[in-house]
Ligand binder design. Sequence first.
Ligand code: HEM
Length: 232
Amino acid sequence: MHRVVALYRSSVGKKILMAFTGFIWIGFLAGHMFGNLKAFQGAGAFDSYAHHLRIFGEPILPYKGFLWAFRTVMFLALAIHVLFSWQTSRQSWAARTTGYRRQKSLNFDFASRWMRWTGVLILVFLVFHILHMTTGTLHSPTFEAETLTQSFAFHNLVTGLVSPWMAAIYFVAMVAILFHLWHGVWSIFQTLGGNHPKYTGWRRPFAVLVSIVIFLGFVSIPVSVLTGIVTQ
Ligand code: HEM
């Protein structure tokens, strides 16, 4: 217990937990991005995938049991990630106002500022996105709620992105994801031990590759809906 508290208090411990929770979210993003690509296979494939997420583990688990367990893990990971980034940001602001200024490179300062702003943007997007695609609160009257036997995720996806304004919101948010991952993936490597000399040369290109693949995979959906490639 003592060790857990010490880890929580130390800035190294916070960095490790931020890296770990960031890693969990990158796994989610990759999975969500591949899942979204099922839209290119049409309504049947997309809705069946969305429905299976809800009935996964039945009858051992209740309807949506797996989904709620998954949501809980993702929520906790996000809460830890946001809380610690807020705390470390406050620490660095406090260090500045008390006149203590660490020798940081301009490059690092720039990257951490980017992480904060893109992070806030992603958080706002996430709330908007759940109210848009999951609950339908910010969707249009065409939103169709799922039933115990059927999902209408494809219909909601297409009708939700057909407006250029909505597509633009998604595009901007995905640009924020691109930049957040660009530095984030590199940073995770650094924190979780991937800074071994053997991998140093690979860290940057790997981070760039992961962020670009996730960015392109996600933006392909609003772009395809807007251009009529993915249609009802
Ligand atoms: C162009 C980009 C994106 C599209 C088209 C998209 C599409 C969707 C759709 C259609 C759903 C509802 C799925 C269902 O009902 O089963 C959904 C849910 C969700 N999306 Fe996205 N998404 C995008 C980007 C993102 C990003 C970047 C994040 C995270 C930062 C994200 C996080 C979520 C979450 C947390 C849910 C709710 C899952 C649940 O608990 O039911 N999405 N998305």
